[in-house]
Ligand binder design. Structure first.
Ligand code: ADP
Ligand code: MG
Length: 316
């Protein structure tokens, strides 16, 4: 099998989403009238973003999921993706598994793979995604307002627990937690329905990829505000609640959660709860945007909690 047969067999699927998909020098798409086009890229590198022994299907799924999460954070409807793959060898069983995970998620989110690039080299996957929001309506990081509530979707910290226990930085997890943590690490659910429901309701949003405090800091600094986060309000599973102190670094600063952190005015609290219900995910109010700069994590008595690290940084 050569490069072109590989592309044809594993990465070419019929789709009505594009004017012209895989196979020509460029794909052609036709954005919806009255919409802004969103474009974003995320790259996954072996040993850096995933363990070398990860199942091909999980990797295919996650390669797309992390990109969908960026669209969710903008409130955008994802429509088209391109996949650039550097592969160490032509392994058909691996390719079939990878394509299976990738297209399972692509089909369920109605996004079309319209092109890409395939080379031989160290295992690296990069997806470029395109999506749409009604003109001028996107959830940007720079739109938080003073006094906004801060909200987060889902449960925090599970993916970081999986990574840190695997690396021996945390003791082995109890079985039920172990399963939930690995599921979250390998098959995160991009919060697309929630992001879209929040358009016109929330002010600003980001997805939690580097860690809650780190991603919230992006919203705060882009909006020229500060943020206070109440430690006791950070949502997690009941098993985690039982030993909250021990897991706090994962909850507040663990990466790879792919939840949404967002801000909204106080008078829309009920509407936000409704958005969560409609999207089928928990939403928790965890803090408030304040006038000074920086992000502070507060204990029940109002004192600040200092963590060793507030999030992931590739070059720190
Ligand atoms: P070119 O030589 O013009 O760059 P390529 O040989 O790289 O074209 O790719 C041929 C076609 O296959 C193009 O339409 C490209 O978008 C598509 N393609 C290449 N790799 C992938 C991939 N991994 N997934 C989807 N489409 C791909
Ligand atoms: Mg090419």
């Amino acid at each position: 099998m050569n490069e072109f047969e590989l592309i044809q067999r594993y990465f070419t699927r019929p789709s009505s989403q594009a004017v012209l998909g895989v196979g020509d020098d460029a794909a052609i798409v036709r954005p919806s009238p009255g919409h802004d086009l969103h474009i974003s890229t995320d790259m996954l590198v072996e040993g850096r973003h995933f363990f070398t022994d990860v199942a091909a299907k999980a990797l295919g799924y996650k390669t797309l999921a992390v990109n969908l999460s960026d669209m969710a954070a903008m409130g955008a409807v994802p429509r088209w993706v391109l996949l650039a793959a550097s592969l160490p060898r032509l392994d058909e069983a691996w390719l079939a598994g990878f394509a299976d995970g990738f297209f399972e998620l692509a089909d369920s989110c109605k996004v079309a793979l319209i092109g890409g690039d395939t080379t031989c080299g160290p295992l690296t996957l990069s997806v470029t995604i395109l999506g749409e929001t009604p003109t001028g309506k996107a959830l940007r990081r720079d739109a938080a307002q003073l006094g906004d509530d801060i909200w987060v979707s889902g449960d925090l910290g599970l993916a970081a627990m999986a990574v840190r226990s695997r690396l021996g930085q945390l003791p082995a997890l109890p079985t039920s937690l172990q399963q939930a943590a690995w599921r979250k690490l390998e098959y995160p659910s991009p919060r697309l329905a929630l992001g879209q429901a929040l358009l016109g309701v929330a002010h600003a949003a980001a997805d939690v990829s580097d860690g809650l405090l780190a991603d919230l800091r992006h919203i705060a600094s882009a909006s020229a505000l500060g943020a206070e986060v109440w430690c006791a309000a950070l949502p997690s599973l009941p098993e985690v609640e039982a030993e909250r102190g021990r897991w706090l670094p994962c909850l507040a600063a663990g990466g790879d959660d792919y939840e949404l952190v967002f801000t909204a005015p106080v008078h829309v609290r009920q509407a936000i709860e409704q958005c969560g219900l409609r999207a089928g995910c928990r939403v928790s109010r965890i803090g408030q945007m304040v006038a000074d700069s920086g992000v502070r994590l507060l204990a029940d008595d109002g004192t600040e909690i200092h963590l060793e690290s507030s999030g992931y940084d590739h070059f720190a």
